[in-house]
Write a protein that binds this ligand. Structure first.
Ligand code: NCD
Length: 360
């Protein structure tokens, strides 16, 4: 299935050279923002945020305003017709006829992909449930490029909620496509990296280790990527409380880290980084959030200028087969074609919306 618009749902839909081009443009914009101040005059961007956001929504809006464009949208679906039961299909169909580019964040995996099937303008995934967050990854890549001067040959520790954290899923998928990156997953066994992401990392030829002790692991890292325990993705508050406070990066742990290690975090932080670390020159999370505006300016420009056709669904419908993942959009919006990729073995299928695997 094809769409006449160029969407960004998952960075893996593009070759590495494409994301590098966007990141390079982001760096050029950072160095000379005024040269881009009128590039999107007359253009409108819609931000449909079905889930809370500070940085992603505002950095997208700032990006469009700094390019000379205008913004529309909602950040509380209760104030839109979503509260009357409108489907993603209808909302995005209409809003995409008002705007030149649509940015969507939704609590359910695969929602941005669903929007891209029928939207009449390019769709950008600004986070779909615990699944992916490609524009945070572009922000992270720009941060690494500027602060570490490279995107390869890095040992990256990822700590916290690796199961539900969409930022770390997108980041590992991307960094494993670049040579000689090694991952250290630091989490409790309940919040480890999903098997499908580990399989992608292996298939891309990168290696990872899984540990549970941040203090022991920190000394080997070039980058420490801290994450919040994603309370909203837990089945109950009790389950969340069991995981809360397991990992706290403080000044004492930073003593064991290399002098040139950087600490990243997509933010918001809850208590996983003590405020005392903010004063450490290795703390890069506030700078990282600032870089998000430049890279999103680069992304908006690229998508609006290139106007490539996208292949939205590449798989097949296997009569009657549906995704088992209750957090997949196909189990929330019934009209969607239940499309699966075959993993080579016809009995193991991958849902094209949430990447969950099912045996048939
Ligand atoms: C992240 C997100 O929404 O996934 N925040 C962000 O976009 N910068 C991380 C989080 O909410 O923990």
């Amino acid at each position: 299935m094809f769409s006449e618009f160029q969407h960004l749902i998952d960075l893996s839909d593009y070759p590495v050279a494409w994301w590098k081009k966007v990141v390079d443009l982001g760096e050029r914009i950072k160095n000379d923002p005024s040269a881009y101040a009128h590039k999107c005059e007359g253009k409108v961007m819609a931000t449909l945020f079905y889930e809370p956001s500070t940085r992603t929504q505002m950095s997208f809006q700032t990006a469009m305003i700094r390019l000379g464009g205008q913004i529309i949208g909602f950040d509380n679906p209760a104030n839109s017709s979503v509260s009357k039961g409108e489907t993603i299909k209808d909302t995005t169909k209409i809003v995409s006829s008002y705007a030149d580019v649509l940015v969507i964040r939704h609590p359910v995996a695969g929602a941005a992909k669903a929007a891209s099937l029928t939207a009449d303008c390019p769709v950008i995934n600004a986070g779909d449930g615990g699944h992916l967050h490609p524009t945070q990854t572009l922000t992270d890549l720009l941060t690494l490029k500027i602060e570490k001067k490279k995107l390869s040959g890095l040992t990256i520790g990822l700590c916290g909620d690796l199961l539900n954290g969409r930022t770390v899923h997108s980041l590992c998928k991307a960094l494993s496509c670049l040579p000689d990156n090694k991952f250290v997953f630091i989490s409790t066994s309940a919040l480890g990296m999903p098997a499908y992401i580990k399989d992608i990392i292996k298939a891309n030829g990168s290696s990872f280790t899984e540990v549970n002790d941040l203090e022991k692991a920190i000394g080997d890292l070039d980058v420490l990527y801290m994450t919040r325990i994603q309370e909203e993705r837990f089945s109950s508050r009790e389950e969340y409380l069991k995981q809360k406070n397991t990992y706290i990066l403080d000044r004492r742990k930073m003593l064991n880290a290399r002098k040139d290690m950087i600490v990243m975090h997509p933010l918001p932080r809850v208590d996983e980084i003590s405020v005392e670390v903010d004063e450490d020159k290795r703390a890069m999370y506030f700078t990282q959030a600032k870089y998000g505006v430049y890279v999103r300016m680069a992304l908006i420009l690229t998508i609006l200028e290139e106007k490539q056709i996208s292949e939205t669904l590449k798989g097949k419908i296997y009569g009657g087969v549906r995704c088992n993942n209750p957090k997949c959009i196909t189990n929330h919006e019934e009209y969607l074609p239940k499309s699966f990729r075959s993993s080579g073995d016809e009995t193991l299928l991958e849902c094209e919306y949430c990447d969950e695997r099912i045996l048939i």
